[in-house]
Design a protein around this ligand. Structure first.
Ligand code: FAD
Ligand code: FES
Length: 272
């Protein structure tokens, strides 16, 4: 798996909704084919501050003859992403990746359920695309639950609606879709799914995933989550992104989100 640092050229960096951007970057072919759930560490080439890269999931990619184009869907969260948002086409980025472990796919399961909170839609979209287009998983058996605080934070619907028929949208304030938390919306539907034949994939804020752990525990579903921790190196060297994970016997060990994840089994994560 390639883990080099590449110089990428920004082809497009558009504000698609207030504070949400879609960036397309052209990279050398050696970057290879990213897998769903993998991310890149992004730094602005030649800029000393911010010194550390920022982790961003691969939202989509296209393999060209002599290059790879990746898309990043990102939200302005602070200084680093604010600077990214100001970059114009032709600017250069240092892209380290693809990094991390991908979602494990269970194509033999009858249903694939995706639960996304906010910008958590980014890695799940690539996963849905991979299932649908590469593995020919039937669109009718994929169900997406997408929640956000408000309508302007619901992003990625254009791509999703090409992949999935069943998209359930909710917002905390009811400005788009149902007025609900995404976990509550999913919980109302849970009886539709057979735990043995359903794979659940999730990404979102920690609180959302903790709530999901509470909902799924008694039901014995197989669920993988992508965790979003602050990162420094992105490659497993600094332990800055360590989280507590328990094994089958309940023993707790620390695992690096960047190198041992970002995808983990929901049941193994210690949420307290
Ligand atoms: C594996 C992974 C994939 C990610 N994919 C995406 C993506 O596709 N799109 C996207 O918009 N964001 C994504 N993030 C989150 C993104 O990395 C952070 O929003 C970004 O690093 C913030 O940097 P900043 O300099 O703008 O903000 P900072 O000034 O560093 O922080 C601003 C605020 O964001 C919080 N924050 C910082 N880093 C993170 C983080 N990693 N996770 C959650 N909160 C954080 C801080 O605590 C602070 O409250 C991902 C994170 C990880 C770990
Ligand atoms: S960010 Fe350094 S070990 Fe994960």
């Amino acid at each position: 798996m390639a883990k080099d640092i590449y110089i990428g050229e920004i082809l497009k960096n558009e504000e698609i909704q207030l504070d949400y951007f879609l960036m397309k970057v052209s990279l050398p072919a050696a970057f290879g084919q990213p897998l769903p759930g993998q991310f890149v560490m992004v730094r602005i080439a030649g800029l000393a501050e911010p010194f550390l890269g920022r982790p961003v999931s691969v939202y989509s990619y296209r393999l060209r003859k002599s290059s790879v184009e990746i898309e990043l869907l990102y939200r302005i969260a602070g200084r680093g992403t604010q600077i990214l948002a100001g970059l114009i086409s032709g600017s250069q980025l240092e892209i380290h990746g693809p990094l991390g472990l991908s979602y494990t796919i269970f194509p033999e399961k009858e249903n694939a359920v995706f639960i996304a909170g906010g910008i958590g839609v980014a890695p799940l979209s690539l996963l849905a695309e991979h299932l649908c287009k590469t593995l020919c998983f039937p669109s009718g058996q994929m169900t997406f639950y997408l929640g956000a605080q408000t309508s302007s934070a619901v992003v990625g619907l254009d791509k999703l609606s090409e992949l999935c028929y069943n998209i359930n949208i909710c917002t905390d304030d009811g400005s788009l879709g149902r007025k609900s938390l995404v976990t509550t919306m999913f919980q109302k539907d849970i009886k539709k799914y057979d735990p043995v034949n359903t794979a659940i994939y999730a990404c979102g804020p920690r609180g959302m995933m903790k709530a999901l752990a509470g909902i799924l525990k008694p039901a014995q579903f197989c669920c993988q989550v992508s965790l979003e921790e602050k990162m420094a190196c992105g490659t497993g060297a600094c332990m800055g992104c360590a989280v507590a994970i328990k094994d089958g016997e309940g023993n707790i060990a620390y695992r690096r989100v960047c190198a041992d994840g970002p995808v983990f089994n929901l049941a193994e994560v210690v949420w307290e």
